[in-house]
Ligand binder design. Structure first.
Ligand SMILES: [Mn+2]
Length: 228
């Protein structure tokens, strides 16, 4: 059985990511979607990139762009490098650089190439995946950056998208470590860098995997509450 698995915001949490993948055991028939925000804040962004790049050889891995990849990309390749670098550095980029040994020159070429290949969104027959949020009335190809990558989803969920597809988003951390399931939209950033959980969901059957930075693991299903 082929699986379609979305992984929430990782933010440098390489230990949690490795534990999660050890449990998922990716197969060549799987589609795995990274929701973005692989870097910044957590301890080992360099390690996270390395794990994700290796994932390409074991399954069909689709990395999306998060606002932190956008900031990093601008800092490294943008028109106003000094201003963009300072902005990234202050929003978690300092932790990413530290994981590379402290300098931009230490970031290997294949990591920069990975950064350049992340997608704005991804969609399947019944689902779509985008880092932060969406405008319900607009096609996915026309969503503005400010919404796709930056707008939090707090309080009431965004209305269903015109496509009728179920949405998966990250970006808005769930401080209780639980996936927020609104039915038509599911929020899967479960605050791993804040000592909660990194989550993965098989969108086809609702199976949920969670791991944390201590290397703990638990599994559950969408629609099922998990007690600590
Ligand atoms: Mn984000």
């Amino acid at each position: 059985m082929s699986r379609t698995i979305a992984i929430g915001d990782i933010h440098g949490c390489a230990i949690a990511l490795q534990r999660l993948l050890d449990e998922i055991k990716p197969r060549s028939s799987d589609i795995i979607i990274g929701m973005g925000d692989y870097v910044d804040r957590g301890m080992n962004s360099a390690g996270v990139f390395e794990i994700l790049i290796n994932l390409v050889s074991t399954c069909r891995f689709i990395p999306l762009i998060g606002n932190h990849e956008l900031m990093m990309h601008k800092a490294l390749f943008g028109n106003n490098k000094q201003r963009d670098f300072e902005f990234w550095y202050q929003h978690g980029g300092s932790a990413t650089l530290a994981s590379y040994g402290g300098s931009v020159e230490d970031i290997p070429q294949h990591h920069l190439s990975f950064l350049n290949h992340c997608l704005r969104y991804y969609e399947t027959k019944d689902h779509f995946f985008i880092h932060a949020n969406y405008i319900p009335e607009l096609p996915l190809s026309e969503q503005p950056d400010q919404v796709s990558f930056w707008k939090h989803m707090l309080g009431s969920p965004t209305a269903p998208h015109i496509s009728g597809k179920t949405a998966y988003v990250g970006h808005t951390p769930q401080s209780d470590g639980q996936i927020k399931d609104h039915g038509h939209v599911k929020l899967i950033d479960t605050y791993c860098y804040g000592d909660e959980w990194l989550s993965a969901v098989n969108v086809l059957d609702g199976e949920v995997w969670q791991a944390n930075n201590s290397g703990d693991f638990r599994s559950t299903e969408l629609g099922t509450s998990t007690e600590n």
